[in-house]
Unconditional design. Structure first.
Length: 200
């Protein structure tokens, strides 16, 4: 059973707990995951959250899916691994689950229509170097003619120079540059340090 946060490398069945093991360990494991996620959830403006994924956050998602769906057969476990492993960074990138949240259903419908294309206008910037814009929704299209989706999956590729600067403590800004939603945030040192571990 993999217990400590390891940031890089795909998950295999050997990294997972059985349903019985997970049932016993879930409370403690979930507490560690939530603590780990604290520096990886970035609010960008009032209605957008980026969750920077890594091996530990993805392991938790897989364990939860197996638990909820009561999956214990090898083929079913492999299906979940195949679905979630692409969310783990490859050492030269950051991978993000991008959530748009409007509590009111009517406002959400209107704003998602106005925000079409927002997933392609997300960026990260390291210490004055050029912005790196997101590669969005590589698995399937999440936008239609009427509106964008409230959930997207983003990949930010970092050059060797960007990665080296992040690991040496350079400032990192993240943001969205869309006509209907423009916000940017400078990462705190703990946030930056957590994301630096995704880079090999």
């Amino acid at each position: 059973m993999a217990s400590d946060p390891v940031h890089l490398g795909r998950l295999s069945r050997a990294d997972l707990m059985s349903l019985e093991q997970y049932s016993s360990a879930r409370k403690e494991f979930r507490g560690r995951v939530l603590d780990h996620k604290r520096n990886r959830l970035i609010a960008i403006g009032p209605n957008v959250t980026w969750a920077f994924e890594d091996r530990f956050t993805v392991q938790y998602q897989v364990q939860e899916m197996l638990r909820v769906e009561r999956i214990f057969e090898a083929a079913g476990i492999q299906d979940e691994l195949d679905a979630y492993n692409p969310l783990i960074p490859d050492g030269s990138n950051w991978k993000v689950t991008f959530l748009i949240e409007f509590p009111d259903a009517e406002e959400r419908k209107q704003r998602l229509a106005a925000m079409k294309g927002i997933e392609d206008r997300c960026w990260v910037q390291v210490a004055g170097l050029p912005r790196s814009f997101a590669i969005a929704d590589e698995d399937l299209e999440r936008e239609n003619e009427e509106k964008t989706s409230s959930v997207h999956f983003l990949r930010f590729e970092l050059s060797a120079e960007m990665a080296a600067k992040v690991k040496s403590g350079a400032a990192v800004q993240v943001g969205i540059d869309h006509p209907s939603y423009r916000h940017e945030v400078q990462l705190s040192q703990p946030q930056r340090d957590s994301l630096a571990k995704d880079l090999s």
